[in-house]
Design a protein around this ligand. Sequence first.
Ligand SMILES: Cc1cc2nc3c(=O)[nH]c(=O)nc-3n(C[C@H](O)[C@H](O)[C@H](O)COP(=O)(O)OP(=O)(O)OC[C@H]3O[C@@H](n4cnc5c(N)ncnc54)[C@H](O)[C@@H]3O)c2cc1C
Length: 491
Amino acid sequence: MPRDFLAGCSDRYDVIVIGGGLAGLTSANVLGRAGYRVLLLEQHYKLGGLATWFRRPKKHIFDISLHGFPYGMIKSCRRYWNEDIAARIVQLKNIRFDNPMFSLTTTFNREDFTKLLTTRFGIERPRVEAFFDTARNMNFYDDQQMTTRELFDRFFPGREDVVRLLMEPITYANGSTLEDPALTYGIVFSNFMSKGVFIYEGGTDDLVARMHAELRQNGVDCRIRAAVDRIEVGRQGVEAVIANRRRIGCRAVVSNANLRNTIFQLVGEDKFDRRFVDEAQAVRLNNSSTQVYIGLKEGVEIDEQTGDLLFSSTAPVFRTDLLLSRDITSRTFSFYYPRTRPDDPVRRYAIVSSTNARYEDWADLSEEEYVASKNDLIETTLDALAKYVPNIRDMVDHVEAATPRTFQHYTHHQLGASFGTKFEGLAVSRALPEQIPGLYHAGSVGIIMSGWLGAINYGVIVANDVDQWLMRSSTSAPAPVPQLASRPTTS
Ligand SMILES: Cc1cc2nc3c(=O)[nH]c(=O)nc-3n(C[C@H](O)[C@H](O)[C@H](O)COP(=O)(O)OP(=O)(O)OC[C@H]3O[C@@H](n4cnc5c(N)ncnc54)[C@H](O)[C@@H]3O)c2cc1C
């Protein structure tokens, strides 16, 4: 008999959360802490979604998306998770750029960037200050027509080197491009500039284990290997989900699955207005990624001056199509020193190379072509890395690659999207409960609500919405519900 991963589940909950990515986990935690009966269903064999890790023989461990996030994570983790988690967030101080236009090291905050822009790039200070202030004051209600390219043209016309410095890391951080609304750039850039780039000390495995413990403490029933096939909708709104062939009733659903999957596969377009369906059809997915995971031999060390995050490129100019091309010119290297996992007795070093990529470039390859392309990706990455870590080939103990197909396989994101949807996805995600009472979506959308911090904060925003809906829709006298913390801002 196959194991029943839903054994012991109740037949009914207040809220069912579909997906254990950071947004789903955070929604579940906030609602569980508020006293609701919450069930979280994750199709994969572990929690975390894209915030994940994997192990290989000889005690190698690799993080997939632990490369850097803004300082705001400390506040969000303290408020919506716990102090223990927040206390493990530490700054990465060596952020390097190396491309044909410039090579430099920075702490990646406003103070250091102001110094770089005025002294090294020769921009007058008032212009730099005005740019930072404009980016910092951007919010959702701003003009959404201006593109990031137009924003740069306004402040730094003709300065492709400045555009590269300001844009390359953000493209890496949330997949946004010069053609996207400036708002998607301004909010995320300002988040980073407030204090720099941060990381979770202990690794993703430790973070997710602590989150799971906190969820259990708040009474959330978390189930892995529990794939939701359908969300049942009745005349009054959501009624139940079908997972592993079992029907489980609920008053509200928070879907952390990809927005398009939620609408078109889990619910079905016949349940929505025609106009809404058209808008949902028009939502573009963000790009995907390739990664190369490089584990070093035991005892081998790398000088920490090599950097924590290294944005390397051989492309003469910064352009979106070059960043996505199969002919890779830009790679971001994340260096994991033993301090990433200070409690790990095996003091291993690892390097992960990440590159933005298009799903379609990998989707239709035959098995033979796919294997050959992955090998090519590994070999060219090691060649590129040799510039910064000479003799890297002698140091490597384990190396393997992931592609857009890998990301789609593990998270069910259409096209292996690394950062959910483009900007228009946010309005569609927010409008779901107007279409179907009790149906919510919390997950990477709109570029801003993606990445670790965006996903966590969106999870909180949606948990607040669900709380209000459950209180309003309660037929029997509800037990007093603890007040949820105030809404987080994305900046
Ligand atoms: C290569 C890479 C590098 C990245 N680097 C960074 C970085 O350095 N910093 C940063 O801030 N962000 C980074 N990100 C982005 C960040 O990881 C994501 O934006 C964030 O983790 C997404 O969280 P989420 O909750 O939106 O969704 P996800 O993590 O995608 O989780 C969705 C979950 O839903 C589950 N699910 C889907 N369908 C079903 C179903 N039908 N039933 C049950 N479960 C289901 C999936 O299995 C998954 O666990 C990176 C992403 C990638 C791919």
